[in-house]
Design a protein around this ligand. Structure first.
Ligand SMILES: [Zn+2]
Length: 202
């Protein structure tokens, strides 16, 4: 599928950053943990369209797609799990939604993650600039994929019937190499989530 401007431009400038991140991972086994470090190279260009957080969301989804295409299984797992952990309390930006629904299989639970986190974390004010003016997100509304919107409608309907679904389990969206790894990860996630809840209460 060919992408309209500015996505084609961003795809090109994003690609060199993806390669840099991948090569860094080969040498260090680490990927960026802060939004700014994902988009650093982007900031060297004239592009001022995206905030660091939205830019990092898109780049990490592109890194995930890159890993799938190059069959880099271990890298795919670390990028995906890190994306999930980092964004579970954030609404996905629309460029991320548009990119993911155009590039990931419809059965991929990464798409489910975007729908579920949208329904949990999105608020209308997020689409507007700080001064309440229309911004990048409001302009992208008309390009949101139909499949995403239908899934959001369905999800809201399910949430109305069972509000307990609002609590998201990050392990449902992770990739685990083995059942044992999944069990250990679930245990760790529960500890981390409960310590986050406690610090939220303070
Ligand atoms: Zn997990």
């Amino acid at each position: 599928m060919s992408l309209p401007f500015p996505f084609c431009y961003l795809t090109l400038i994003g690609f060199s950053r993806l390669v840099e991140i991948f090569i860094d991972w080969i040498y260090t086994q680490k990927i960026p943990t802060a939004s700014l470090n994902w988009v650093e190279a982007e900031n060297d260009t004239d592009s001022t369209i995206y905030t660091d957080d939205l830019g990092a969301q898109v780049l990490s989804a592109k890194a995930l797609n890159f890993a799938k295409r190059f069959l880099a299984k271990e890298y795919q797992q670390i990028v995906r799990n890190s994306h999930v952990n980092f964004n579970i309390d954030a609404a996905p930006g629309y460029e991320l939604v548009i990119y993911a629904f155009a590039n990931f299989p419809s059965t991929d639970s990464f798409l489910t993650f975007l729908v579920d986190t949208h329904c949990k974390n999105w608020a209308e004010a997020l689409d507007f600039n700080e001064d309440g003016e229309e911004g990048t997100e409001t302009k992208l509304r008309s390009q949101l994929p139909n499949d995403f919107l239908i899934r959001v409608m369905t999800r809201y309907n399910k949430l109305r019937g069972d509000p307990s679904l609002e609590v998201l389990n990050r392990c449902s969206y992770h990739e685990h190499a083995t059942k044992k790894e999944k069990k250990e990860c679930e245990k760790e996630s529960r500890v981390e989530d409960s310590s986050t809840d406690e610090s939220d209460d303070e």
